[in-house]
Design a protein around this ligand. Sequence first.
Ligand SMILES: [Zn+2]
Length: 109
Amino acid sequence: MYCSHCGKEIADIAAVCPACGTSVENKIKPIEADKSSFWFGLLSFIFPIVGLILFIIWKDSMPKRAKSAGIGAIVGVIAGIVLSILLTVLISALGFMMTEIIADSTYYM
Ligand SMILES: [Zn+2]
């Protein structure tokens, strides 16, 4: 975890920050801070790269929140891939239909 006073990385079991001497047990409550977050999941869904970064940052200090961001990022990436496949299929289907219509119209002319 990190000291709330000076921001230095300290051991999770430490009660007092070795750098500045601030009592860290009373100020940092990692259990309360770490909870799964819908909003971070949504953010990660929209920006998977952000979710990935958040996941890397939080995976040790806040595993639950990191999981939200990670899942959001994965879902976002999958949704993006599925959407682009659907779009490609749709465009090629539309293109095929257009050539069919053109072919038909030339046939009847
Ligand atoms: Zn400190």
